[in-house]
Design a protein around this ligand. Structure first.
Ligand SMILES: Nc1nc2c(ncn2[C@@H]2O[C@H](COP(=O)(O)OP(=O)(O)O)[C@@H](O)[C@H]2O)c(=O)[nH]1
Ligand SMILES: [Mg+2]
Length: 197
């Protein structure tokens, strides 16, 4: 995908804020610190567009980025920062559920740390997402931290932990090295054609 333009449009904090202009949307979800902002910047080829913070949990809003004036990348709040367990999942679901209810995106990219593996919160997030009428794919982040020979193992472990069927792609990516970015774009692109409604 050639990114000609990428611009931050708005932070939405609740219903009334969400955009409904008919453009396709791809939403990005994952726990705080998984590398979501870094990956968005890398996908868009814009350093610093999605703010990278070493302080996890700072972005609690739904952030819209308009790409090539044609579709949106939607940066969802990260989960699992302040609280653990059920409470954290409920809080995250409450924050994103308005967004998903109003207009489910054509695709959700769920980010799972390729080095850490799927946490119980990732499992719960996937369960939540798989109950929606939206396609999901998984990106295993920060794979520059593991040797290439272990990628298949990391991917297999994530598939097992999330109980993913073989149809759901898991794409190893690194925002740092750029590996997997082309493949991730390749998996996203079909959803940009299909989801105009
Ligand atoms: N090694 C490595 N570190 C990364 C990568 N992507 C992000 N990080 C680091 O992980 C931390 C969190 O990144 P950030 O993009 O802010 O995560 P977010 O909270 O999910 O938006 C930062 O310290 C980043 O430098 C990556 O691909 N490889
Ligand atoms: Mg972030």
């Amino acid at each position: 995908m050639k990114v000609e333009t990428a611009e931050f449009i708005r932070s939405a904090h609740g219903s009334g804020d969400y955009l409904h202009d008919g453009r396709p949307e791809v939403a990005f979800a994952g726990r705080s610190n998984v590398g979501k902002s870094s990956l968005l910047n890398r996908l868009l080829g814009r350093n610093g567009l999605a703010r990278i913070s070493s302080t996890p949990g700072r972005t609690q809003a739904v952030n819209y980025f308009l790409v090539n004036r044609r579709f949106y990348f939607v940066d969802l709040p990260g989960y699992g920062y302040a609280k653990a367990g059920k409470e954290a999942r409920r809080e995250w679901a409450a924050r994103v559920e308005g967004y998903f209810r109003e207009r489910p995106p054509g695709l959700v990219v769920l980010l799972v740390d390729g080095n850490v593996g799927a946490t119980p919160l990732d499992v719960q997030a996937y369960e939540y997402l798989s109950g929606l009428r939206t396609a999901v794919l998984v990106a295993a982040t920060k794979v520059d931290r593991i040797s290439r020979g272990r990628w298949a193992i990391a991917v297999r472990d994530i598939r097992k932990a999330l109980n993913l069927s073989e149809e759901v792609p898991i794409i190893p990516v690194s925002a740092r090295s750029g590996v997997g970015i082309k493949e991730l774009w390749g998996a996203i692109a079909p959803h940009l054609e299909a989801s105009t409604r």
